[in-house]
Design a protein around this ligand. Structure first.
Ligand code: NI
Length: 226
């Protein structure tokens, strides 16, 4: 499932991120790439331990916890500390798949990457190109969202970032280990959750709402690791 989550950050939060990122020293993005993706990757990144990366990463993780849509769709168990990248001057990231397991640098913590997330931090009219293109069973999807919006997609998908031919594309990217590792099961739970919320809004006293909520939780109990 590809899911667009609007307004994860407010305009003020985006402006704060931009100000910090403009002042930061960037490094070659190949530092966090695996062997195959290092050959495909051409961008700049903030070092993982950069104070701005940590501060803005915390801001993003807090914003995600306040997003009911993100929580319902990702069912997060662990969120990898958000990283930041910049593409400009024709830079791109060729077709690759994200590493399945990521170690949080300097810690014993590992995150299984069930979901990948990109949070856009530049407005679409600030740059040309730079679309995120994700291949799934239904074909190729290209994504370019307003600043502060997030795209969530299965980390198991092949994807690439098209060359940025004008301006600069700034984004945060990170991974989520979900309580439900299987994308199909997680998508069913999300669809059921959304349907229950609609029905309970329109028919708040209907006894089926309680029954369906029970089905949701019993499926979650069956499929989730916590
Ligand atoms: Ni990737």
């Amino acid at each position: 499932m590809l899911l667009h989550i609007p307004d994860v950050l407010t305009a003020e939060q985006v402006a704060h991120c931009r100000q910090k990122l403009d002042q930061a020293d960037w490094v070659d993005g190949r530092v966090t790439a695996g062997h195959q993706s290092a050959q495909a990757k051409d961008n700049m990144q903030l070092p993982e331990d950069h104070p701005a990366a940590r501060e803005l990463g915390d801001l993003i993780v807090t914003a995600l916890q306040d997003s009911p849509l993100f929580m319902a769709a990702a069912l997060p168990l662990k969120v990898f500390p958000p990283l930041f990248n910049r593409y400009q001057g024709g830079q791109s990231f060729g077709t690759h798949i994200d590493n399945a397991i990521r170690q949080v640098t300097g810690t014993p913590h590992r995150v299984r990457t069930d979901l990948s997330a990109t949070l856009f931090l530049a407005q679409p009219d600030e740059y040309d190109g730079g679309e995120l293109a994700v291949e799934d069973t239904y074909g190729l999807h290209t994504v370019k969202l307003p600043a502060g919006h997030l795209i969530l997609y299965p980390a198991s998908s092949l994807h690439h970032v098209r060359p940025v031919t004008r301006g600069a594309r700034l984004a945060s990217f990170f991974w989520i280990q979900s309580m439900v590792r299987d994308d199909g099961q997680r998508t069913l739970l999300f669809d059921l959750d959304m349907a229950i919320q609609r029905v309970s809004g329109e028919l708040p006293d209907h006894p089926s709402t309680v029954q369906l909520t029970g089905v949701y939780h019993n499926l979650l109990r069956r499929w989730a690791d916590a």
